[in-house]
Structure formats: structure tokens, C-alpha cells
Design a protein around this ligand. Structure first.
Ligand code: IPE
Ligand code: IPE
Ligand code: MG
Length: 225
């Protein structure tokens, strides 16, 4: 039976969810943050799941209206600050992937503080993709290793990425069937699940059902069964 050791999620649909309720997009992001909390707690309690990588802000999301970007930055700061204790209680190690140098100094400090204070946790690793774009990640990785004497190998490039772990199961909520520049290298052999459910409506039982379906898939990795 397959184990979904590394689950990655494109958490999409917050804005549409709010608009359907005649609310501001920001409200959708707030409820979306609560779902992050529930899904993380569920994964932390499931010993088979080692990593949960969540797409929270892409390198393309800077194109949004300034007020929405500012709201997302504040929400992220608030979320991380209020969740620190829960991370520790649930033995969850927090990591960020992406280029956070583009964020304000104080948000960078919040992120680093939660990384440091949860570094000893050895349960689930929750990775938030922040100012993350797969193409940007691959470029930064190549620039890190380009001066080595020998040819670059797959292993060298893989280890120079922010996220060094292959994805088993990649889920996108919100109805679109695209990767939007998320984990292009690491998801090379991931099983892909797309659901129309908007992220604020996504529940732990939705995730449980997807994991159940995942376990039944025959993963061949190019070989034969
Ligand atoms: C995903 O929801 C959250 C972020 C990208 C930050 P969206 O904000 O993309 O919501 P929709 O897709 O517009 O409904
Ligand atoms: C992908 O959602 C990014 C995040 C979930 C953070 P988007 O809403 O930004 O993606 P597109 O614009 O539909 O590709
Ligand atoms: Mg979207």
C-alpha cells in the first residue's frame, strides 16, 4: 500500500469562496488560515505523514492589488505568531521555502523565529511556500552550485533546492488543473488530485478520502508491475 509521506497542497479558492458569500476576499484568506491549522493538526496526528508542504504565496502573487498583498503579509505574521505554541505542542517543525528576502524585515524575523523555536520538533514537518516559485527555486539552486568543478548531477541540484523531498501526493483545491509554478522538480512523480472544493471548505475528511484513494494507486515509476 502506498504511504503519502509527503503531501503538498495548492490551497486555492479563498477569494472566490468569499465572493460567493458577498464578502471581501480577505475574509476568504482568514478562513483559509483556519483550514491550514486543521489540516496541519490532522497530518501531525497521522504518523505515516512526514511532510506537509503548503503553497501560501507565489512569486506571481505580487501581481495582486497592493492591499490584498499587504493583507496576506499581515495574516501570515499573525498566523505564525499565534501558532508557534501549537507547533511546539504538536511536535511540528516549521520551515519556509521560497525567497523570503522580498518580505519586510519584521516578517522575515517572525518566520525565522518560528523556524528556530520549532527546530527541535521531530514530528511532522510543515513547510510553507512563501514567495515561492519553482522556476525561481531551480534558478537559485543552479546559481548556488554552478561553480563546482564537475558536471551538475540530479542529486546535486535536488539538494540545492529549498525543498529537497519528492512529493508523493499533490492536491489542488479550487477547481483549476494546473501547477502554477509549484514544486515542478519535486512533483515529477507525484500523484495529482484536483478537487473543485474551494480551500476554505476543504476538510480533514476530504483529505482523508483523497489519501484513501491515493493508497490504492499502482505507482510504477516507469517500471512494470
Ligand atoms: C489562494 O486563494 C490563496 C493565495 C493565492 C494567497 P486565491 O486568493 O487564489 O483565491 P481565488 O483563486 O482567487 O478564489
Ligand atoms: C496558486 O494560486 C498560488 C497559491 C495557492 C499560493 P493562484 O490563485 O495564485 O494561481 P493561479 O493564478 O490560478 O495560477
Ligand atoms: Mg487562486
Amino acid at each position: 500500500m502506498n504511504q503519502a509521506r509527503h503531501i503538498a497542497i495548492i490551497m486555492d479558492g479563498n477569494g472566490r469562496w468569499a465572493e460567493l458569500k458577498n464578502k471581501k476576499r480577505a475574509y476568504g484568506h482568514e478562513i483559509g488560515a483556519k483550514v491550514v491549522k486543521d489540516i496541519t493538526a490532522f497530518c501531525a496526528a497521522n504518523k505515516d505523514i512526514e511532510r506537509l508542504t503548503l503553497y501560501a504565496f507565489s512569486t506571481e502573487n505580487w501581481k495582486r492589488p497592493r492591499l490584498e498583498v499587504e493583507f496576506l503579509m499581515k495574516l501570515l505574521d499573525k498566523y505564525l505568531t499565534s501558532e508557534l505554541q501549537t507547533y511546539i505542542e504538536n511536535n511540528v517543525k516549521f520551515e519556509s521555502i521560497g525567497d523570503i528576502r522580498a518580505f519586510s524585515k519584521s516578517l522575515q524575523e517572525t518566520i525565522k523565529n518560528v523556524e528556530e523555536k520549532t527546530a527541535h520538533c521531530d514530528g511532522l514537518v510543515q513547510s510553507l511556500a512563501l514567495n515561492y516559485g519553482s522556476q525561481n527555486e531551480i534558478l537559485r539552486a543552479i546559481n548556488k552550485i554552478k561553480n563546482c568543478e564537475n558536471d551538475i548531477t540530479e542529486a546535486m541540484l535536488g539538494n540545492a533546492l529549498d525543498c529537497k523531498h519528492d512529493v508523493d501526493l499533490l492536491i489542488r483545491t479550487g477547481g483549476d488543473h494546473r501547477l502554477s509554478n509549484f514544486l515542478l522538480w519535486q512533483a515529477a512523480y507525484a500523484e495529482l488530485f484536483f478537487t473543485d472544493t474551494l480551500w476554505p471548505d476543504f476538510t480533514t475528511s476530504n483529505l482523508e478520502n483523497i489519501i484513501k484513494d491515493f493508497t490504492k494507486i499502482e505507482r510504477r515509476f516507469g517500471g512494470l508491475k
